[in-house]
Design a protein around this ligand. Structure first.
Ligand SMILES: *Cc1c(COP(=O)(O)O)cnc(C)c1O
Length: 378
């Protein structure tokens, strides 16, 4: 890294994994499309790269950056957040048991139930915001606790440090999906988690234009080695361009997250007072049941919130039909604001309240966002 002792998040976001190119002096790393790298006459690879599935300069740069931002020892980048989650789960063995949150990203829940359970992984769901309920779900076979905080789509929190203490006392690994909070808000490894998951598709890349995922490791231990093996032998890796584009987004993460949080708080406060609104779920609101935990654990409340409209699915769909600045679309974390009727995306087994709309609050002017919602609710 350029400069000495640069350790703060904004500085790491700009510089980690972004050295000056030694051959040209380029300030931004070139994209290395080459799939293969030259060997020396003695058969060695003195520059450290062999074949791009195994390692690539752009992927390594992204991994260096993400490890630095999360305060981890190493990172492994994947072609999607789901590929990263799958690699962590398959680093376990058939017969092992995992406890996951009741409210979680529906794709990870589907992965657990429809892919990992048939493979032989035992899976239970518990309210990870309730330490007693979580402890009761642990069995002699439990190897991993999976956290997602804030949760999707109800914005429920889990106390990472308390769960980490429990997991440690039982010899169980703790993985935390930090996609929604990002390291600009919370750093699970510093609170005792062993692994951090990211859908870099969302805030880390930040512009809704690249799919990706990553696992960040507290230590280069056997779990790290197993996930690295799955990454490099199965090859669910990001392309050099995907890695480069993701890293370009990461450079501005700390500043974008401030804007997302500021705008989301404005929108949440407006919605909370609106007569057609039954509930607003946002950790930045004093009315959030875990607001004190949010203040302790999260440096920023983030850009995601959900709102329950009075009148159920029909009323909620009616609001989503009328917005003009918000776009009706799934996903989150981009500069543009998105709105989504969550239950209909999650399908018939969804547990999400029918009147719930999930908002990814973008970086437009907050007055325009509030005016848009005011008109749509009007
Ligand atoms: C989107 C998302 C994922 C999955 O990421 P993909 O890149 O879509 O596979 C996992 N966890 C959370 C919290 C997400 O929002």
């Amino acid at each position: 890294m350029k400069g000495r002792g640069a350790k703060r998040l904004e500085t790491l976001a700009v510089h980690a994994g972004n050295p000056i190119d030694p051959t040209t002096g380029a300030v931004t790393q070139p994209i290395h499309l080459s799939t293969t790298f030259e060997r020396d006459a003695d058969g060695s690879y003195p520059r450290g790269y062999i074949y791009t599935r195994t390692d690539n300069p752009n992927r390594r740069a992204l991994e260096t950056s993400l490890a630095a931002l999360e305060g981890g020892a190493a990172a492994a980048a994947f072609a999607s957040g789901s590929a990263a989650s799958a690699a962590v789960l398959r680093s376990l063995k058939p017969g092992d048991h995992v406890v996951a949150p009741l409210d979680m990203y529906h794709g990870t829940r589907k992965l657990l139930l429809e892919v990992m359970a048939p493979w032989g992984l035992g899976v239970s769901f518990a309210d990870t915001g309730d330490l007693g309920a979580l402890e009761a779900a642990l069995t002699a076979q439990t190897r991993l606790v999976w956290l997602e905080t804030p949760s999707n789509p109800l914005l429920q929190l889990a106390d990472i440090q308390a769960v980490a203490d429990l997991a440690k006392s039982r010899g169980v690994l703790l993985a935390c999906d930090n996609t929604w909070a990002t390291p600009a808000s919370q750093r699970p490894l510093a609170l005792g988690a062993d692994l951090v998951l990211h859908a870099t598709t969302k805030y880390l890349s930040g512009h809704s234009d690249v799919l990706g995922g990553a696992v960040v490791f507290a230590r280069e231990d056997t779990v790290f080695e197993r996930v690295r093996l799955l990454q490099t032998t199965e090859g669910a890796v990001p392309s050099p361009f995907d890695a480069w584009l993701t890293l370009r987004g990461v450079r501005t993460l700390p500043y974008r997250m401030r804007g997302h949080s500021e705008n989301a708080l404005r929108v949440a406060r407006f919605l909370e007072r609106h007569p057609r609104v039954a509930a607003v779920h946002y950790p930045g609101l004093e009315s959030h049941p875990q607001h004190a935990l949010a203040a302790r654990q999260m440096a920023l409340p983030g850009g995601m919130l959900s709102v329950e409209v009075r009148g159920g699915a029909e009323a909620a769909m009616g609001v989503a039909a009328k917005v003009r600045v918000f776009t009706r679309a799934t996903s989150l974390g981009g500069v543009e604001s998105l709105i989504e009727h969550r239950a209909s995306v999650e399908g018939p087994d969804s547990k999400t309240p029918p009147g719930l709309l999930r908002l990814s609050v973008g970086l437009e002017h907050p007055d325009d966002l509030v005016a848009d919602l005011e008109e749509a609710l009007g």
